[in-house]
Design a protein around this ligand. Structure first.
Ligand code: SF4
Length: 220
């Protein structure tokens, strides 16, 4: 599929409005180091940030480094994260990732996107969250909210997260990638709900592809 790029002016206008709506938009996960952010982000797949933030304070008190996480072992780690979706697979991935960090990266989280995506359980989205929030490298992590909201607003048309990420990268100036990610998530969690978007209260109605489709279907 050919990628779709909207004019940067349109993207700027949308970001300006989102900035006004969500001046506090930021990473929803609690962390104190790149390692904690990496683990929290792995845990957040198929799980809410809120739930992850309930789990991680006790976990990180006990294991705030890959070495300490490995010492917990499978049973120990599972006992901390068992209220999180897919906790068995996440336990395996976290321990395998910690092994790799210890043996190949001196116990440090790599700052490089390609190296991060080689860690078990770390895909594009997780790697983008880590490089942008922990290391300050501009990135647009496309999660379910970013995917839905950017398509509804007409910022992207891609059929999968990678296509949407590439379209957003082209449309939004690099310096604003990380901020755009936080703003689109904030809107997805706020007014632009997946099932019941609050379009009547949304200042982005004008120019929203989803809303104009809704208006047409109301008329017919
Ligand atoms: S008008 Fe509706 S669909 Fe469009 S961005 Fe606002 S809440 Fe989302």
């Amino acid at each position: 599929m050919a990628l779709h790029f909207v004019p940067t002016a349109k993207a700027k206008n949308i970001l300006d409005q989102l900035r006004k709506l969500y001046p506090e938009a930021h990473c929803g996960l609690d962390y104190r180091s790149p390692f904690e952010l990496l683990i929290a982000t792995i845990l957040s797949a198929q799980c809410t940030d809120k739930r992850v933030n309930l789990i991680t304070p006790d976990l990180f008190k006990k294991a705030d480094s890959p070495q300490k996480m490995l010492q917990l072992g499978e049973k120990g780690l599972m006992s901390y994260i068992k209220t999180c979706g897919l906790f068995q697979a996440k336990t395996k991935n976290i321990l395998a990732t910690c092994q790799k960090l210890v043996h190949e990266f001196n116990g440090e989280v790599p700052q490089n996107f390609d190296a991060l995506t080689q860690l078990p359980g770390v895909g594009r989205k997780t790697a983008n969250v880590v490089i942008s929030n922990a290391f300050g490298t501009p990135a647009i992590a496309v999660d379910t909210h970013v995917f839905r909201v950017s398509r509804r607003l007409g910022l992207a048309k891609g059929k999968n997260p990678l296509q949407v990420e590439l379209e957003l990268q082209k449309t939004i100036p690099r310096a604003h990638w990380t901020e755009a990610h936080h703003l689109l998530i904030a809107h997805g969690r706020g007014l632009c709900d997946a099932r019941k978007p609050a379009c009547d209260a949304c200042p982005l109605q004008r120019g929203c592809r989803y809303f104009s489709g809704l208006k047409k279907s109301r008329k017919s």
